[in-house]
Each structure stands twice: as structure tokens, then as C-alpha cells.
Ligand binder design. Structure first.
Ligand code: BT5
Length: 269
């Protein structure tokens, strides 16, 4: 079955639904782009204002972390990047990824789906990935100049679509695959951006502890066994929580605690 999606992305509709303080003041929309993150970084370099959103219907070279690809077919999903200029130290940037994952979980939950977060940036449903975040930062010394938060959300993607991309069928899902009905992408985006904006404001006003707490409530990794893969080594450990900056704390079998700043963490149970 080929899905016919009547819900085009409509910038005016989105603007009229946003109830935000910071995000979405300016929206740049593209039918097609290389990568919304790449373009958002160019805009940020040129000094564009905080909260600018870059949205595309299709990405030709959508990117994941560590030079991986993000499958970005036309007219079914959401691909967007948000330019932020928080006055924070570079060590706190990970909090923005946490905010994004929390907002993704909360928005998807509004449709009767039960997602949860896998550290650092994935949102999963029934153990399959429905969304990913790529956070890129530019800083001067320790202070952040701008952050581009890029989000890919699988909305109306079908199982057939998934077969066209290497190895995705077993590890990815979409809202359509989970609930069997089409989602209005404009409506979803409005809810999502409103949620992120609220959470970002909460962070600016109250600090990061509340964000870490909310993230932990939406995480299902506590005490679970993982394989931690770093550049030059890997080891097994049990997940224990987040440190104050949002990095994963694990415990090795000998009881040593280790904080994972980057790299891959795979659940093995
Ligand atoms: C991520 O990377 O999960 C971050 C993805 C961010 C994509 C957004 S889209 C808008 C913005 N512009 C961009 O160019 N990027 C951002 P990572 O954790 O490295 O996961 C990448 C892996 O997820 C791939 O190696 C695949 O296994 C899998 N993958 C690729 N496309 C997928 C999709 N559409 N749905 C689920 N999984 C996917």
C-alpha cells in the first residue's frame, strides 16, 4: 500500500499554532535540502536570531552522529533543525539533547504511543527507533556561541519505505507503523515545538536538575546491562543514571563507576 499523505508542511499553519517564546520566530522551509543541520549552521554563522527553525520535506544527505546517515524520504516524516543561543558553558550542551528527547517522548505519547529514551539521543517504541537527535555546537573558549539541534522524526513512514534503506526494517519504526493511521505533520510539529520551547524556558529559568529528573522518568535503562563502545575499547556495564550534565553513568562488574561522554551504548538484555 502506498500512503497518500495529504498533509503538506504548511509554514503559515505552523506559525499560527505556535505558542512559543523563543522557537519558531523565523521558519525556513525547503521541499528538498542536503541537510537541515548543515543549512542551520550556515545561518547561525551569519548571525540569524535564536529560535530560527529550518524544516525540510526531504533531505538528500541527512546525517546522524559519527558520520552516519539519516534516512530522509520525501513527504512522510519531519526533518528539522533549531538554532539556539543559550548562555551556557559547553559542558552543559548535552542538556539540550535531553530537552529534545523529553519533548519527543511527550509529543508522541499524546497519540497513544508509549515511547522511551535510550541514551544519549534515541527515542524508541517497542525497542525500535522512531526519532534521533544530532546536536552540534560552536563555542568560543568554554562559552557557547550557538547550538543547532537537529531532529529526525519518523511520522508516516511505512514498512515498505523502510525496506529501501539498508538494515532499517529491523531497527526502525514510525508513528504510522505503530498506530496504523496517518498523522498530520503540521499538527505534530506544532505540539512538538510548543513542548520544546516550554522545556527550554524551564531550563533557562530553573536550571538543569529538573531536566535531568524528567529525562530519567522517561528512560528505561536503569540497572540494565549495556555494552559501551568507545573509540579504542569496549566493555560491559550496568546503567546507573545521569551525572549533573546529562552524561550516562555506568557501573563496571568490578564496581568501578564510569561516565560515558561519547560513544555508543547498546542494550544487551
Ligand atoms: C541520530 O544519529 O539518531 C541523529 C539523527 C538526526 C537526524 C536529523 S534530521 C534533521 C537534521 N539534519 C540532519 O542532517 N540530521 C538531523 P545516530 O544516533 O548516529 O543514528 C544513526 C543511525 O540510525 C543510522 O546509522 C541508522 O542505523 C539509523 N537510522 C537512519 N535513518 C533512520 C530513520 N529514519 N529512522 C530510524 N533510524 C534511522
Amino acid at each position: 500500500m502506498r500512503i497518500k499523505n495529504n498533509h503538506f508542511i504548511e509554514v503559515n499553519l505552523i506559525k499560527s499554532g505556535l505558542q512559543t517564546n523563543i522557537i519558531g520566530g523565523e521558519i525556513k522551509y525547503f521541499d528538498e535540502i542536503e541537510s537541515t543541520n548543515e543549512y542551520a549552521k550556515e545561518l547561525a554563522e551569519q548571525g540569524i536570531s535564536e529560535g530560527t527553525l529550518v524544516i525540510a520535506d526531504h533531505q538528500k544527505t541527512g546525517r546522524g552522529r559519527l558520520d552516519r546517515k539519516w534516512y530522509s524520504p520525501r513527504s512522510v516524516n519531519l526533518y528539522l533543525s533549531i538554532i539556539l543561543r543559550p548562555k551556557i558553558n559547553i559542558k552543559d550542551v548535552n542538556i539540550l539533547t535531553l530537552i529534545t528527547s523529553i519533548s519527543t517522548v511527550d509529543t508522541i505519547s499524546e497519540y497513544g504511543i508509549k515511547p522511551y529514551i535510550k541514551w544519549p539521543n534515541d527515542v524508541l517504541v517497542n525497542r525500535k527507533k522512531i526519532s534521533g537527535v544530532l546536536t552540534e555546537v560552536n563555542s568560543k573558549k568554554e562559552i557557547v556561541e550557538y547550538v543547532v539541534v537537529g531532529i529526525g522524526l519518523n511520522i508516516n513512514l511505512t514498512r515498505k519505505d523502510l525496506k529501501q534503506f539498508e538494515n532499517l526494517s529491523d531497527i526502525a519504526t514510525s508513528m504510522f507503523i505503530e498506530i496504523g493511521s496517518l498523522i498530520d505533520r503540521n499538527e505534530f510539529l506544532i505540539k512538538f515545538i510548543n513542548n520544546i520551547d516550554r522545556s527550554y524556558l524551564e531550563y533557562s529559568e530553573n536550571g538543569k536538575n529538573i531536566i535531568v529528573e524528567k529525562w530519567l522518568e522517561r528512560w528505561d535503562g536503569l540497572n540494565r546491562r549495556v555494552k559501551v563502545s568507545l573509540d579504542n575499547q569496549s566493555f560491559f556495564a550496568d546503567c546507573k543514571g545521569l551525572d549533573e550534565n546529562g552524561y550516562l553513568v555506568v557501573e563496571k562488574p568490578n564496581g568501578d563507576k564510569y561516565t560515558v561522554f561519547s560513544g555508543d551504548v547498546t542494550l544487551i538484555d
